[in-house]
Design a protein around this ligand. Structure first.
Ligand SMILES: C[S@@+](CC[C@H](N)C(=O)[O-])C[C@H]1O[C@@H](n2cnc3c(N)ncnc32)[C@H](O)[C@@H]1O
Length: 253
């Protein structure tokens, strides 16, 4: 992505959060500009067109804002879209769920009409909502859940999603490298800021996440591995899990 296009998308997505206050706007600007996840989602075409996308642990809904401005920029073409990149996804309805009252309040004040957000505990989610969504996202969320709850949630997504559904996850590699320790440290700071100083985090090595998803019945691809690309100082890995094992394809990057 050119620097001009990146700046434009970050500015426009962050501007949506102005009605939600200065903190929401600054947080959006900082996170969208610094976290490689958002450009990676566009570059890899990770999110397919969807009638409904459910974003579990959505925070203040940055993903909805990002999809909205990317699609608009691609449609209106004021800046050239990278030729090697796919079109940004067309998403009919975005549903964001988060347990944080403050995040949901910010999302509700900011997000465009196609996006709705609700307060809720994703650890207790059944299949009812999931069966209406073609895409489920879990970005930097699973480590906040107990291991048994992680497994229950992933199994609910597998059982609930339609057969063509896609689950996208970003997980931090829980193996003991310096980058993994950085992920842990940042998570603990985030917990402390959110008022949970003693919260325990439950990371797993990436290989264990992939094995768990496989046991549940997903086919898993690695879409991006920050340990290898060096796009950040963290050890985050973006995974795509689908229910259909169309062609037992090897892991791709
Ligand atoms: C590191 S933030 C990631 C936010 C968002 N996915 C993003 O990438 O910008 C983790 C989010 O997970 C939410 N979360 C943690 N446990 C949760 C639970 N049991 N139910 C719902 N949300 C939860 C937190 O409130 C927080 O907003």
């Amino acid at each position: 992505m050119t620097a001009t296009l990146q700046r434009r998308l970050v500015d426009e997505a962050a501007a949506l959060f102005r009605p939600a206050g200065h903190f929401a706007w600054r947080f959006a600007r900082g996170k969208l500009a610094q976290d490689p996840l958002f450009a990676t989602l566009l570059r890899t075409g990770a999110i397919p067109d969807a009638s409904c996308l459910v974003d579990l642990g959505c925070g203040q809904g940055l993903l909805a804002a990002w999809i909205h401005v990317a699609r608009r920029a691609w449609t209106e073409k004021p800046d050239p879209w990278p030729t090697e990149w796919p079109a940004p996804p067309k998403v009919g309805t975005y549903l964001g769920i988060d347990q944080s009252r403050h995040d949901i309040a910010r999302a509700q004040r900011a997000l465009p009409a196609f996006a709705r957000s609700f307060r809720g505990d994703v650890g207790t989610l059944g299949t009812t909502l999931l069966d209406r969504c073609d895409v489920t996202t879990l970005f930097d969320v699973l480590q906040y859940l107990d291991p048994a709850v992680q497994e229950k949630l992933l199994a609910a997504v597998h059982a609930g999603q339609p057969p063509w559904g896609v689950l996208l996850l970003r997980v931090g590699d829980g193996a003991s490298s310096m980058a993994s320790r950085r992920v842990n440290a940042v998570d603990l700071v985030v917990c402390a800021v959110r008022g949970h100083p003693r919260l325990r985090l439950h990371h797993r090595p990436v290989e264990q996440w992939i094995a768990l998803l496989g046991r549940i019945g997903f086919t898993v691809e690695i879409l991006d591995d920050e340990r290898e690309t060096g796009s950040s100082k963290f050890a985050n890995v973006l995974l795509r899990a689908s229910r259909i094992d169309a062609e037992a394809t090897p892991a791709v990057r």
